[in-house]
Design a protein around this ligand. Structure first.
Ligand SMILES: *[C@@H]1O[C@H](CO)[C@@H](O)[C@H](O)[C@H]1NC(C)=O
Ligand SMILES: *[C@@H]1O[C@H](CO)[C@@H](O)[C@H](O)[C@H]1NC(C)=O
Ligand SMILES: *[C@@H]1O[C@H](CO)[C@@H](O)[C@H](O)[C@H]1NC(C)=O
Ligand SMILES: *[C@@H]1O[C@H](CO)[C@@H](O)[C@H](O)[C@H]1NC(C)=O
Length: 463
């Protein structure tokens, strides 16, 4: 599978999210406020030769402004339209910020990363208006069948940073990657990609990253259009040993954990307040063979509509080749307070807990999970080698027994809607995207809410 062979995240929206109440390993975000940095020094790219004409490459001006402010200050890209034809690497900054109030349009065609920020600390990338954006015009690559153009934004070995109130649109490849970073916060973001796999919203293989109040619209595998994290945000690996792939990278996806391979060591992960619309699942844990363990996972307050699967634990995931080992041991997976509807529960049931026969799951506890089908009059729950500590109505098709022995898949079909399944939808829900894979994607407005009925945890810029 991708992870083990390439040390790389599989195509998916990814986000490492941490509920505020969930323990982060330490403080996240910049050490110095943007106001303090502004007071120290401002490096306005227009003073370094940038023209807001949407045509002239700002690469040299941005690099010069960075060099002038990299030891303390704010690089400003004021409102206006700018072209980026040659990619920039902003390396080694300390106590600096990048204020993106304008819109950067990709005009160059190289691969790599349009804006690559590395080896820095005490950094903030933000917009004061909530309108700063990068338009990647990925459709120009996609219409030739390529998804291997540049990423919009990549961080590498950055510490103590935040990224907020900016909009990322139509990346030729991934939108935002955080690789080997530490103590970052990402919030108040809108990310809109094309309707195709491999165009991830946020990829994280880092430590102590808190992501909250983010909307990602794209296509994951074949269905996903919209996923948002609520104001409490969500999740997080406490430290680098918590979420690792077989290459030792920390990872997680907003919608999925995996693909898990050998020697997995994942624990203490919380996802809370996740809204998913028209996706391939609300949450998936995927593996095929492998070893190690995943324990103490909380998946709480999820709302879904129009999704294919809802809870999908699949330890025989057919899209990855089997890894050696009898299976990754799943223990203490709490799925709590899931409501809404799925697309067609008779075809793809809302609860699927298919565990490895060699390592039956234990403590997969579903409580207040009430989902109902949008199509037809029945839905199914399917389980294999999966045990719960709960008894009674909440047990679904999970077995409850002292001894955890393997059992063949059993499917329970239900023909009555569970009580309390109804859940709100959101204004940002898209019926079918008005763009495809090969047409330009408009820059969306920043949503005012990222989870039904709630306000962002931190005030939106420009409001
Ligand atoms: C900076 O990040 C380190 C981890 O890299 C963390 O321990 C520390 O608390 C952070 N400091 C501040 C002031 O955010
Ligand atoms: C940056 O320069 C532009 C053009 O001179 C000006 O309009 C804008 O106000 C400046 N922005 C800041 C924050 O200094
Ligand atoms: C990191 O995680 C490991 C394994 O769960 C744990 O033993 C260790 O104490 C943690 N370290 C920190 C600094 O949290
Ligand atoms: C369950 O989730 C909903 C959002 O879907 C939230 O409003 C409610 O407070 C949650 N219930 C509990 C008991 O946390």
């Amino acid at each position: 599978m991708l992870f083990s062979s390439l040390c790389y995240l599989a195509a998916s929206v990814s986000a490492l999210v941490a509920a505020q109440s969930v323990e982060l390993a330490g403080k996240v975000g910049p050490k110095t406020s943007a106001a303090t940095k502004t007071a120290k020094k401002t490096c306005n790219i227009t003073s370094y030769g940038a023209k807001a004409d949407g045509k002239t490459d700002i690469s040299a001006a941005l690099t010069a402004a960075f060099n002038a402010c990299k030891t303390g200050g704010v690089v400003v890209i004021p409102s206006g339209n700018y072209a980026l034809a040659t990619w920039v690497t902003l390396s080694g900054g300390n106590a600096w910020a990048l204020q993106l109030d304008g819109t950067i349009y990709r005009t160059g065609t190289a691969g790599g990363n349009m804006i690559f920020i590395e080896h820095g600390t005490d950094f903030e990338l933000f917009s004061t208006t909530g309108k700063g954006a990068i338009q990647g015009y990925g459709y120009e690559f996609h219409k030739t069948g390529s998804i291997s153009g540049p990423r919009l934004l990549r961080f590498y070995e950055m510490t103590n940073f935040s990224v907020h109130d900016i909009i990322l649109v139509d990346s030729p490849a991934f939108h935002f990657s955080m690789d080997t970073c530490d103590s970052g916060e990402v919030y108040n973001m809108a990310i809109r990609g094309a309707n195709h796999g491999g165009l991830d919203g946020i990829d994280v293989w880092s430590t102590n990253i808190w992501i909250h109040d983010v909307m990602v619209t794209n296509k994951i595998f074949s269905w996903s259009k919209y996923t948002a994290t609520g104001p409490e945000g969500v999740v997080s690996s406490k430290n680098e040993t918590h979420m690792q792939d077989t290459c030792g990278n920390t990872l997680t996806h907003l919608e999925a954990m995996g693909s898990l391979g050998a020697n997995v060591d994942v624990s203490a992960i919380t996802y809370r307040n996740i809204y998913t619309w028209s996706s391939n699942q609300m949450y998936m844990i995927k593996s095929n063979g492998g070893s190690g363990s995943v324990s103490n996972v909380v998946l709480e307050n999820f709302i879904g509509h129009g999704n294919a699967y809802s809870l999908d634990i699949d330890q025989y995931w057919s899209s990855m080749s089997a890894v050696s080992g009898t299976g990754v041991q799943l223990t203490n997976i709490k799925v709590n307070n899931w409501t809404g509807t799925e697309s067609n529960g008779g075809q793809r049931g809302p609860v699927r807990v298919i565990c490895a026969d060699g390592t039956p799951c234990n403590g997969v506890d579903l409580s207040d999970v009430a989902l109902w089908t949008e199509t037809g009059k029945s839905q199914w729950y399917s389980c294999r080698s999966a045990y719960t500590d709960n008894t009674g109505a909440d047990a679904f098709c999970l077995h409850n027994a002292a001894k955890h022995t393997s059992y063949a898949a059993t499917t329970t079909t239900v023909t009555a809607a569970p009580k309390g399944y109804a859940a709100p939808t959101m204004a940002a829900d898209l019926a079918t995207p008005t763009w495809g894979f090969t047409e330009s994607i408009p820059i969306p407005a920043m949503p005012t809410s990222f989870f039904p009925g709630t306000k962002p945890l931190k005030a939106l810029a420009g409001k």
